[in-house]
Design a protein around this ligand. Structure first.
Ligand SMILES: [Zn+2]
Length: 162
């Protein structure tokens, strides 16, 4: 478990926030003040775990984020999506999950491979989530490590993309 770090970087008209580590009781989210005229991009790809305490703190914190623009969530890890699917308000009403990682587990070498998908492509049926992919490490088939319809629940309530 790593203590959460939030790295921010301005890229043109967007403010990027990168979350690295665990969202848990030690994540000092209350110290992260966000107030901007720019649109926000939150990169959740390096969030490796969330616990219920951290999840509650997150919901409180996300409400304090001040922006009139849209909040894009990118590279969402499967733990982040589990919470986004489970908890109302985890992704704010002006938030959109743009892209997410799907984990694939290889039994042969115990390696987890990740594939990134764009929500829009899945919704528009331009791409599909395959049941298996070649393992990044040993090239044996790695099986999808989530229940896809449950995992994609957020697509239905994510109004921003329609
Ligand atoms: Zn493998």
């Amino acid at each position: 478990m790593k203590t959460l770090r939030v790295l921010s970087e301005e890229k043109g008209k967007k403010l990027h926030l990168r979350f690295v580590g665990s969202i848990d009781e030690d994540a000092a989210l209350d110290k992260v003040k966000v107030s901007t005229d720019k649109s926000l991009v939150m990169d959740m790809g390096e969030v490796d775990s969330i616990n219920s305490c951290g999840g509650r703190e997150w919901v409180k914190w996300i409400r304090t984020v001040e922006t009139k623009q849209q909040v894009e969530f990118v590279n969402c890890s499967s733990v982040f999506l589990d919470y986004a699917n489970m908890i109302e308000g985890f992704v704010p009403s002006n938030g959109v999950i743009e892209s997410f990682n799907v984990p694939y587990y290889c039994e042969a070498c115990d390696h987890l491979s990740l594939r990134i998908f764009q929500s829009r492509d899945i919704r528009d049926h331009k791409s599909q989530i395959p049941n298996s992919i070649p393992c990044d490490k040993c090239k044996n088939p790695a099986e999808v490590d989530v229940i896809v319809p449950v995992f994609l629940k957020f697509l239905k309530k994510d109004k921003g993309l329609t």
